[in-house]
Design a protein around this ligand. Structure first.
Ligand code: NI
Length: 206
């Protein structure tokens, strides 16, 4: 009786472990099929060192954000739709979090440093939240930061602009990252996440 009970326990244990492995595998596959394989497989490596300039012209690195949560988004100010929508959601979520939201630094990192200078960002960021930090840098610095966060971006022609116009668009990943006070990746929000969803998920980490 004792022997069979312990065998049963082992069988249940192995079965549970197998189920966990299957579920974990399914989760990764599901994320992969939605095109976010890099997130599913690279969670531990999202985020890293960067050297940029904030909208006040001050040189900053990842260390300037230690001790506080960072809600980070890569985009560009000339973005006609996606970036303003996402930044609005971030700003609204922080307002809804109230004083608890003070533990979070919202950050907007440009993928278009040629046009998004510090001075330009300084005018742009307050539209979304009074504490939103705009970050820019040299093309190399921005590319390096985007790489650390697994952000894709690429210059694209603006087909709606006159041919002689040199305006352009930037294709880019649209993902909001929540980084912990230690700089580690906590979670991400895909494009279209609602304010209430974002608030709920963030609250779980505060
Ligand atoms: Ni955009």
């Amino acid at each position: 009786m004792n022997l069979s009970m312990s065998r049963l326990a082992v069988i249940i244990g192995v079965g549970a472990l197998f189920l966990v492995l299957v579920l974990a595998g399914t989760a990764v596959l599901r994320m992969g099929s939605s095109g976010t394989t890099s997130i599913a497989t690279g969670i531990a490596t999202i985020g890293g060192p960067f050297a940029l300039t904030d909208h006040n012209g001050r040189a900053v690195t990842q260390n300037d954000f230690r001790g506080r949560f960072m809600l980070a988004y890569f985009g560009y100010t000339y973005c006609p739709d996606v970036c303003p929508t996402t930044l609005t959601t971030m700003g609204d979520a922080l307002r809804e979090l109230g004083s608890a939201g003070n533990a979070i630094v919202p950050v907007f990192i440009t993928v278009d440093p040629k046009r998004d200078t510090a001075d330009h960002l300084k005018v742009y960021v307050p539209y979304f939240h009074p504490r939103l930090v705009g970050l820019t840098g040299s093309a190399q610095q921005v590319a390096a930061a985007a790489k650390e966060f697994r952000i894709y971006f690429s210059k694209a022609p603006d087909k709606t602009a006159p041919a002689e116009d040199d305006s352009y668009l930037m294709d880019h990943s649209s993902i909001v990252y929540l980084m912990g006070p230690d700089g580690r990746f906590l979670t991400h929000f895909s494009h279209g996440t609602s304010v209430s969803e974002m608030v709920k998920k963030i609250r779980g980490f505060l």
